[in-house]
Design a protein around this ligand. Structure first.
Ligand code: ADP
Ligand code: MG
Length: 326
């Protein structure tokens, strides 16, 4: 891009060279940063799965947070979408809008970004850099065996609803980081880690291919995201609130009602919610045992549309705010 919006005085190209260009150790990447396009081989028998997320300063992250943690979170959040499809990461591109070329910020940001990229075997292969309000857009590219991507649309009545990990940590973390939830040091550390290093469930997602009938990652909250599965699959859901997996940090930090509310609709958890046909449940149980996966069975898909809470039988709002569960 050649216009006045380029970052100066270091210069766009010097900035890219210094902070973002690294040797790539993926055999699929034929050409990375430096040309007009990146060129990638898609292995035979695989399809490309890709997804983009934009994170705006002070909307999606605290602008004054540690830039390394901002970068780590940004990439993990994008990788979570690949996990939800059962795809494996291949590479990603970064569109970065910066108010100015702050070397210290860039150094922390690129370190966090490239370390995380390394950890998940996902190379940075290109991007765009402009001057403007702080905004981070990451497009992840993954591969999935042809025809095996897990979509939102495959759930049937009678399928069992499962989630990975624990729910409500994302919402609790946000409150703890903002200072309006006081928890002990250990819980603060746990929650802050959950916020800045959400663990994209890539291994579990890949293992669920051919087992899960539908899947989604929980970014907006369980009720909202499960609602997308319901809509795409043309069915409803019943959740047993007593089966929701809630961490001790959340359980001990707030009332039971609040913890359930956060687990149902807090968002920012980046766990997977998926459905499994009863005929596949033995396979899932074997997988869970073999790989010590943290998977909870939280309900069942129903013919009746909408999402209900088993305790009260009342319909949960997608937007769930203010709803009293008990
Ligand atoms: P063009 O003008 O052809 O779009 P650019 O001048 O924007 O190319 O970028 C030059 C090279 O640097 C390209 O390979 C591009 O993918 C890469 N690039 C630009 N910004 C970034 C960034 N923030 N992170 C990684 N690669 C980048
Ligand atoms: Mg450009």
């Amino acid at each position: 891009m050649e216009n006045a919006a380029q970052v100066e005085p270091m210069g766009e190209f010097e900035l890219i060279e210094r902070y973002f260009k690294r040797a790539i150790d993926s055999s699929c990447v034929k050409l990375g940063i430096g040309d007009d396009c990146a060129v990638i081989d898609v292995p035979q028998g695989y399809q490309l799965a890709f997804s983009i997320d934009s994170l705006l300063a002070d909307v999606h992250f605290f602008a004054d947070a540690n830039p390394s943690l901002i970068a780590q979170r940004a990439l993990c959040v994008s990788l979570s979408d690949l996990a939800a499809m059962g795809a494996e990461p291949l590479c990603f591109t970064l569109a970065l809008s910066l108010p100015h070329a702050d070397q210290q910020w860039l150094s922390g940001f690129s370190e966090g970004l490239l370390d995380t990229a390394n950890r998940y075997g996902c190379s940075l292969v290109g991007g765009d850099t402009v001057r403007g309000p702080l905004c981070i857009s990451i497009q992840v590219h993954g591969i999935v065996p042809s025809g095996q991507a897990i979509t939102r649309g495959g759930a049937h009545q009678g399928d069992i609803i499962c989630v990975t990990g624990s729910l409500g940590d994302g919402a609790a973390a946000l409150h703890a980081l903002k200072g309006d939830l006081s928890v002990d040091d250990a819980a603060y550390e746990y929650l802050s880690k959950r916020y800045y290093h959400p663990q994209p469930q890539l291994d579990t997602g890949a293992k669920l291919r051919n087992i899960a009938s539908a899947a989604i990652d929980i970014s907006d909250g369980l009720v909202s995201d499960l609602g997308h599965i319901c809509k795409a699959s043309g069915v409803g859901a019943q959740i047993d609130v007593h089966c929701l997996p809630i961490s001790d940090a959340v359980r001990l930090g707030v009332s039971e009602e609040k913890s359930i509310d956060w687990a149902l609709s807090g968002g920012d958890d980046y766990q997977l919610c998926f459905t499994v046909s009863p005929s596949e449940i033995d396979k899932l149980n074997r997988l869970t045992e073999l790989h010590h996966l943290a998977i909870s069975n939280i309900g069942i898909m129903t013919a009746q549309q909408g999402i209900r809470c088993s305790k009260t039988g009342r319909t949960l709002n997608k937007n769930n705010t203010g709803y009293k569960h008990f």
